[in-house]
Every structure is written in C-alpha cells, then in structure tokens.
Design a protein around this ligand. Structure first.
Ligand code: HEM
Ligand SMILES: *[C@@H]1O[C@H](CO)[C@@H](O)[C@H](O)[C@H]1NC(C)=O
Ligand SMILES: *[C@@H]1O[C@H](CO)[C@@H](O)[C@H](O)[C@H]1NC(C)=O
Ligand SMILES: *[C@@H]1O[C@H](CO)[C@@H](O)[C@H](O)[C@H]1NC(C)=O
Ligand SMILES: *[C@@H]1O[C@H](CO)[C@@H](O)[C@H](O)[C@H]1NC(C)=O
Length: 323
C-alpha cells in the first residue's frame, strides 16, 4: 500500500464537507413552494442537450465540482469579483468548466415562476440528475433543500487538484475520508462515460505512459500534438461519447482510457479497483445501481440548510456582497 497523507488544507476541505453532512433535505421540498421546478429544469436540460449533446456532460461535471469543493452550495457558479477570485478561475475549472449560461437561463425562468425559492445548489443537483437520465443513465430520487454559499472556495479548489492527480491509492483514501467506499468511488468516476477532455489533460498519457493501447494512443496524437493545441478535445469514452452507459469501464479493461487517472483504476495486474471496473464493465445494472446511490449521497456533502447561506437570485453573485 503506497503511503499517503493529507495536507492541512485537504483536512480543512474534508471537515467543511462534514459541516452538515446528510442533513435535513427532503424529496418534496419544492412541491408547495415551486411545483413547476422539476418540469422547468427538465425542459431546459432536454433542449440544451438537443442543441449540444456535450452540454449534458458539462453540466453533470458542474454538480461534481460544486459538491467536491466545499460542499454542494453552488459556490462554483460565483463569478470572480474585484475583491475575490473564486473557484471559476481555479486550475480545476479554468478553460474547462462550461454550461454556466444554461444554468443562468434555468435560474431566470425559476425566478419568474417562484422568486427567491430554488437555490442554485439545488438547481445543480436537479440538472445533474436530469443530464444523467437524458443521456440514457439511471433515474433517481433526489433530496432537496440545499442553500447557497455566500463565498467561493478558491483555496479548497486548488487543494483538490493534487488529490485527484496523485493516483488510485490517494484517490481511494480521499474518497474514503468523505465516506465513500471503493465501489462508490469507482462508480462515480463512471460519469466519464460522457463528455470530452482537453489535450492538456491527456497529452502526457498518450505520449509517455506505457499503460495505454498503442494504436489508441497513436490515433489521438494528430489532434493533440506534443506542443500546442491545449484546448483540442477528445471524447473520454470514444465508443459512445454522449451516452450514459458502461462503455467507459469496457474501455478501461482494454487500456483505452483517455485520462491517466481513469486508466489507473484498471491495471490488469490485480490493482485495488480492478475487480470493480470488471464488475461494472460486465453489468450496466450494477454500475447504474451504484452510481445512482453514490451520486445521491455525494449530492448531500456539506450542504447548507435551515438559515445557513442564502437563496441567491442570480447564481453568479451573492445577494448582498460584503463591503
Ligand atoms: C478522481 C476523480 C476525477 C478526476 C481526476 C477527474 C478529472 C477530469 C478531467 C481531467 C476531465 C477533463 C477536463 C478537461 O480537460 O477540460 C474531466 C471531465 C469530466 N468529468 Fe471528471 N474527474 C473525476 C471525477 C468525476 C466525477 C465524480 C464526475 C461526476 C460525477 C465527473 C464528471 C466529468 C464529466 C461529465 C466530464 C466531461 C465534461 C465535459 O465534457 O464538459 N468527473 N474529469
Ligand atoms: C483555450 O481557450 C481559452 C478560452 O476558453 C483561451 O483563453 C486560451 O487562450 C486557449 N488556449 C489555447 C492554447 O488556445
Ligand atoms: C424519475 O424519478 C423521479 C423521482 O422519483 C420521478 O418523479 C420521475 O417521474 C422519474 N422520471 C421518469 C421519466 O421515470
Ligand atoms: C458488483 O457491483 C454491485 C453494485 O455495486 C455489488 O452489489 C456487487 O457486490 C459487485 N459484485 C462483485 C463481485 O464485486
Ligand atoms: C470590494 O471591496 C471594496 C472595499 O472593501 C468595496 O467598496 C466594494 O464594494 C467591493 N466590491 C465588490 C465587487 O464586492
């Protein structure tokens, strides 16, 4: 077992996530106060995906980055201000996170229908659920009632990057400290069955790593040269890039993972998550079942409820900026 220790900042991150974990959310939170919330969100997500299938993946990732950085509090939607640089411009998101305009559109529509009621954090959770479902994935019931943060967590966003890039042992440890076992962690990464990555994110893997199918690596090099082209994209699951299925896991077993961190989940040499990847690659049902329960749980990390936080009227700005 590789040794692994968390930095002080990483511990702060994890303690914030537990500030009110698994607290008082409820499935029918908006049934009286905003009964149309679900249909409004469903309608807009459907249209956005029809216009651009990748948008389903991009908005699902927004939910992950919200919850993974300081809890599910809509903090990654806040624009930088003169006085504070937040998560949006952090390395994790810069030139990469997308879908904010669709979230704005949904928020505006909800504000017309039921002003000041539906939080941006809940919008992200409901949008994420809708994206998974519309792309062909499982449908699941979602506890609601999150409130929005009044600040963006820049330091925490920066602290996440090294955890994610350190390799499978470190990732297992990080997810475990958030309360997720290996089955859940691997299922969550199955979200990479949809969407695209930038050359910058996979260049090293296709030129330098040994654990990649050589023909697959070669096929990616024209669009991702050794220098330049950082923004060029390739599908993370190149078989069915915009279908939420279990093809991502099938690819990993053939050393056709695009991201080094993903391929690290299957070594073919008895690695710590090999059997789980094999499980999900042979059973879409097992993957769907585990993904649904893990994402519902992930969506409750560090939520603000009761009188904590606020319901932003514009997801990009806090209601009353601090002087
Ligand atoms: C250890 C965990 C993870 C790592 C290291 C990781 C890393 C990455 C990277 C490097 C990209 C490409 C970004 C770019 O080049 O612009 C990406 C994309 C993506 N990630 Fe993850 N990710 C992780 C977990 C997750 C989880 C848990 C979810 C959702 C539940 C998720 C959803 C996505 C989606 C949907 C995309 C494609 C976005 C698009 O097409 O716009 N990821 N991820
Ligand atoms: C990548 O795209 C961003 C905008 O999304 C731009 O600011 C940046 O200059 C681009 N980088 C390259 C290498 O083209
Ligand atoms: C998905 O699940 C939710 C919550 O259980 C339910 O309200 C909705 O009708 C389901 N949608 C479909 C298309 O099955
Ligand atoms: C496969 O995954 C499912 C869902 O996570 C789990 O219930 C089952 O125990 C796993 N099977 C094996 C052999 O690990
Ligand atoms: C930034 O801070 C100054 C003084 O502290 C304040 O007057 C100003 O309103 C703040 N600006 C924003 C955008 O929050």
């Amino acid at each position: 077992m590789a040794s692994f220790s968390l930095s002080f900042l990483q511990w702060c991150l994890i303690s914030i996530l537990f500030r009110s974990a698994f607290s008082q959310l409820s499935e029918n939170f908006y049934s009286a106060s905003c009964p149309k919330a679900h249909s409004i969100i469903s309608h807009h997500v459907k249209n956005a995906i029809k216009k651009e299938p990748r948008m389903g993946a991009s908005m699902l990732r927004l939910q992950f980055h919200d919850c993974g950085v300081g809890g599910c509090d809509g903090s990654n939607l806040l624009d930088d201000t003169k006085n504070s640089t937040g998560e949006k411009s952090a390395l994790l998101n810069l030139n990469s996170a997308r879908g904010f305009e669709v979230i704005d559109k949904i928020k505006n529509r909800l504000e017309q229908s039921c002003p000041g009621v539906v939080s941006c954090a809940d919008i992200l959770a409901m949008v994420g659920r809708e994206c998974v479902f519309r792309l062909g994935g499982p449908n699941y019931t979602l506890p609601l009632g999150r409130r929005d943060s009044t600040e963006s967590h820049r330091l925490l966003a920066d602290a996440m990057v090294p955890i994610f890039l350190k390799g499978v042992e470190a990732q297992i440890a990080a997810f475990q400290s958030l309360g997720f076992n290996k089955n859940e962690f691997v299922a969550l990464t199955g979200a990479h069955t949809v969407g695209m990555a930038r050359c910058e994110s996979y260049r090293q893997h296709i030129y330098e790593d040994k654990n990649i199918d050589p023909t697959f690596a070669a096929s990616l090099q024209a669009n991702c040269p050794k220098e330049g082209g950082n923004n060029n994209t390739a599908p993370i699951d190149n078989r069915t890039p915009f279908v939420f299925d279990n093809m991502y896991f099938v690819n990993l077993m053939k050393q056709k993972g695009l991201l080094a961190t993903d391929q690290g989940l299957f070594t073919g040499k008895g690695g710590p998550t090999d059997a789980i990847v094999a499980n999900y690659s042979s059973s879409k049902d097992n993957f769907f079942k585990e993904f649904a329960s893990a994402i519902v749980k992930f969506g409750q990390l560090g939520v603000l409820t009761g009188t904590k936080g606020e319901i932003r009227t514009n997801c990009r700005k806090v209601n009353t900026p601090k002087a």
